[in-house]
Write a protein of this length. Structure first.
Length: 339
């Protein structure tokens, strides 16, 4: 490019942060500190002000549903990109956690603030035990088996007419008010987002990645692959069961629709759009997909076509995901310089 007789070329620069180790930086100024902390602060502040920015109760409720899917997307991204287990069991986690929370609240008398953590822990243990025989499987085989669990459980509840059958369990206690509901969901997402980012950067995170890349080398080192896979599945199912427990307290009802495949498919789509392996990308994908799904609801079944076109567009033109692209652009910038 020439400008007033001077030849210019576009130069790409990397921002000057000296890395001492993975996740440890040598910060020389407040500017460098802001460079690292501002994206995180923007995410936290943006999530916290979302309920205040929504125009009405309907869209405030949508924020809670976004957080439900964000927890599922986090669990999927963690298992798939850090452990090598592609799980389609999002509906399995939601259903188990939701029914346990309903039982604890309706029949045992627990308040929502007790039934939700209890359902998360108990449901995480149950899901891990049920998936334990499947842990030697990898790839599409584990994905298919994890997808079968919600389908089987839904049919068992319907055929045996247990846990309320097709009518479900009604009269479940709700949150004190909508603000408590929304900020509880947002805090859960933020805690698990930054918590899982911390976990994957610890020594145990290195083991998880080693299990994904070369499980035979991990076995040769004297470590139990099944043990670490079970730990990862418990962490993922804990997030999903907590999401299911919150969901039944939001709607004050628990039924076999908790095992709907939407809870297995939409988190995967959100991960693809947001960027897999980033953890924050799936959350961003849910912030995009769930509101779009609600906006297209007036089109009835035709909304699936619009939804598919949007998803295909992201896959074809931005297959790496929004977050991966954004990270690359943030850490590198371009300027015109003289030749």
């Amino acid at each position: 490019m020439e400008q007033k007789g001077v030849s210019l070329r576009k130069e790409r620069l990397d921002r000057g942060i000296k890395v001492r180790a993975d996740g440890i930086y040598a910060l020389m100024s407040w500017r460098e500190l802001a460079y690292l902390s501002v994206p995180r602060l923007l995410l936290i502040v943006g999530m916290l002000i979302l309920p205040l920015a929504m125009p009405g109760m309907y869209w405030q409720r949508v924020i809670s549903i976004v957080c439900i899917y964000a927890l599922l997307a986090l669990s999927f991204d963690f298992l798939a990109h850090y452990v090598g287990l592609v799980s389609l069991g999002g509906a399995f986690y939601i259903g188990v956690g939701g029914y346990i929370a309903a039982i604890l609240n309706k029949w045992v008398g627990f308040s929502p603030f007790l039934s939700i953590p209890a359902a998360g822990i108990i449901g995480g243990i149950i899901c891990t035990v049920l998936l334990l025989p499947c842990l030697p499987l990898r790839g599409v085989y584990f994905a298919i088996v994890s997808l079968m669990y919600p389908l089987v459980l839904a049919r068992i509840i319907e055929a045996l007419n247990i846990l309320g059958g097709t009518d479900g369990i009604m009269g479940i206690g709700s949150f004190p008010n909508q603000w408590v509901e929304q900020y509880l969901m947002i805090l859960l997402v933020l805690v698990f987002l930054f918590g899982m980012r911390r976990v994957v950067n610890l020594d145990i995170g290195l083991v998880f990645r080693a299990v994904k890349d070369n499980d035979q080398a991990v076995r040769a080192s004297g470590m139990s692959i099944t043990h670490y896979k079970a730990m990862a599945v418990f962490a993922a199912s804990l997030m999903g069961c907590l999401a299911g427990a919150c969901l039944v307290h939001i709607y004050m009802w628990s039924g076999i629709s908790l095992f709907a495949l939407d809870f297995s498919i939409l988190p995967i789509a959100a991960t693809v759009i947001g960027g897999g392996g980033t953890l924050v990308g799936p959350v961003l994908g849910c912030l995009i997909l769930v509101p779009i799904s609600e906006l297209l609801r007036e089109f009835g079944t035709l909304r699936i076509a619009f939804y598919s076109v949007i998803l295909m567009g992201f896959i074809v033109f931005r297959s790496e995901g929004i977050m991966v692209y954004g990270q690359r652009k943030y850490h590198q910038f371009e300027r015109w310089s003289k030749v």
